[in-house]
Design a protein around this ligand. Structure first.
Ligand SMILES: Nc1ncnc2c1ncn2[C@@H]1O[C@H](COP(=O)(O)OP(=O)(O)OP(=O)(O)O)[C@@H](O)[C@H]1O
Ligand SMILES: [Mg+2]
Length: 509
């Protein structure tokens, strides 16, 4: 009997395939990075064809590594970087432009224009759960239609399709027969009515996007088709789709109201379940779909999205050359006892939650002759912990309930110094599960639930095991002082992007 599930995790920096057994344990995996394309300041793109090729390669490689045949795989689950927009021609299967990645800020002027034209733009948030921001897919799709020659006419004629990476991959895996996305991904486009879970005609009109381009919205756990286009995987049912952050929440078995997780990857994303209720945040959190099991009501969540955390480590590595591997940031940070007075606000794409300040840009402040590379590495790691604190403060303000501990996962949680500092700054324990590949695990869970590998959420809950725990140790007055310094630094990053900056950078830079 088929008792394994394979998950495809199409992330911002890399694509992974992981084979899990029925106990939720990793049997085999394969991973490949793709190119980050920065055509100019503020722009971030991916080659959708490279993402497709890498996906096929990691799936085939992980399966071979596991030594399993297709018949032993019950289902494929897909999870993906959210909001990233791909537009392709259904006749040729070819993208008409590179994928515009969620961090890309090129559409900020269009967003500003819309905000000016629609005095009632609060209703966008009411309808979609999201603030009007360049982060979400809608303005990126509109940009492609407005800037690629012939695209708008082709879209109106029904030739072009839009999708986030989940949609693009399912379409390719099924040989172009299924054009779908799940509710969690759809909830990140600024185009879905959050209550009805359907595309919103009003939002489509605002962004001038033809409805025919949009995929069908399906549940997160449901058989949507089977693989036909890749020989080695032919016949495997595609049975789960979740945006990466929702998948990580699912993989942490945080299914219920009030349960949460914080993922430390390219950016950081904290999700707290709100059950069947849509909770509106006055404190800068987004309302989003957590997951939906086929035939059941959708489960909602509030989310604190932070654009830059792990990618700041990559920036220190690639743009400053401070070290050769991301892992080395810990050693460099440990070469000094504290940040030496330096604070780093990584507002590279503006600031997301809880500030939502597109006018902010990165700031490294508190510099003196004393500050060295070790301090800068430390300030960069601390920035992740401080940004998380800001988001958790918003959660507490919204829910009136403090967190007892923080469940964490993602690549940056390998960094013990950061995890200890996080516990210190929050004043609560930080807990990491045994399996830190929770994103892939969540997609596997969704797919396995739809195909009978697992029957209930409680069965999945029983898989969760504590791996490591960090207890807070910093005295309260020191903690408060550092937090006040951080907030001062955040204010220094505001009001940077103005007309001068735009003209000098040639974009929204
Ligand atoms: N030891 C470390 N200390 C600090 N940061 C680290 C360490 N190792 C990896 N990172 C950072 O973690 C991030 C990778 O984490 P992870 O693998 O969870 O992300 P990812 O899932 O690949 O991201 P995405 O899904 O967005 O592509 C990178 O940004 C990297 O800089
Ligand atoms: Mg990821």
């Amino acid at each position: 009997m088929a008792e394994h599930v394979i998950a495809l995790d199409q992330g911002t920096t890399s694509t992974r395939a992981i084979v899990f057994d029925a106990g939720g344990r990793i049997v085999a995996s394969a991973q490949r990075e793709h190119e980050q394309i920065f055509p100019r300041a503020g722009r971030v793109e991916h080659d959708a064809n490279e993402i497709w090729t890498n996906s096929v390669w990691v799936l085939e490689t992980a399966l071979a590594e596991a030594g399993l045949s297709v018949a032993q795989i019950a289902a494929l689950g897909i999870t993906n970087q959210r909001e990233t927009a791909i537009v392709w021609d259904r006749r040729t299967g070819r993208p008409v432009h590179n994928a515009i990645v969620w961090q890309d800020t090129r559409t900020q002027p269009a967003i500003d224009r819309l905000a000016g034209e629609h005095a009632d733009y609060d209703r966008f948030a009411d309808e979609t759960g999201l603030p009007l921001a360049a982060y979400f897919s809608a303005s990126k799709i509109a940009w492609i239609l407005d800037n690629v020659t012939g695209a708008r006419a082709d879209a109106e004629a029904g030739h072009l399709l839009f999708g986030t990476p989940d949609t693009w991959l399912v379409w390719n895996l099924t040989g172009g027969s299924r054009h779908v996305t799940d509710v969690t991904n759809a909830s990140r486009t600024l185009l879905m009515d959050l209550r009805r879970l359907e595309w919103s005609d009003a939002m489509l009109e605002v962004f001038r996007i033809p409805r025919a381009m949009l995929p069908e919205i399906v549940s997160s756990s449901e058989v949507v088709g089977e693989v036909s286009a890749v020989a080695q995987l032919r016949g495997i049912p595609i049975a789960g789709i979740l945006g990466d952050q929702q998948a990580a929440t699912f993989g942490q078995a945080a299914f219920g109201e009030g349960e949460s997780k914080n993922t430390y990857g390219t950016g950081n994303f904290l999700l707290v379940g709100t059950g069947e209720r849509i909770v509106r945040s006055p404190h800068g959190l987004i309302s989003t779909v957590g997951y939906r099991i086929d035939g059941e009501p959708a489960q909602y969540a509030v989310e604190g999205s932070i654009a830059v955390t792990g990618s700041l480590v990559q920036w220190l590595r690639d743009n400053l050359g401070l070290f050769a591997e991301s892992n080395d940031v810990g050693r460099l940070a440990e070469s000094v006892p504290d940040n030496g007075g330096a604070y780093f606000v990584p507002a590279f794409s503006g600031l997301f939650a809880p500030y939502w300040r597109p006018d902010a840009r990165g700031a490294l402040v508190g510099l003196t002759r004393f500050v060295n590379r070790g301090h800068i590495a430390r300030a960069a790691l601390e920035a992740t912990a401080f940004q998380t604190l800001d988001v958790i403060d918003a959660v507490v303000a919204d829910t009136g309930r403090s967190l007892e501990e923080l469940r964490v996962d993602g690549g940056m949680t390998r960094n013990g110094l950061l995890m200890q500092f996080q516990a210190d700054i929050l004043g609560i324990p930080v807990v990491r599960p045994e399996v830190i590949e929770t994103t892939a695990l969540g997609a596997a869970y969704a797919a396995g639930l739809a195909t009978g590998v697992w029957k209930t959420l409680d069965e999945l809950r029983a898989h969760w095991r504590e791996g490591e725990r960090w207890e807070p140790r910093m005295p309260g007055d020191e903690r408060d002082r550092r937090i006040r310094m951080w907030r001062k630094a955040v204010r220094r990053s505001f009001d940077w992007v103005d007309d001068d900056a735009r003209i000098l950078m040639g974009t929204t830079g």
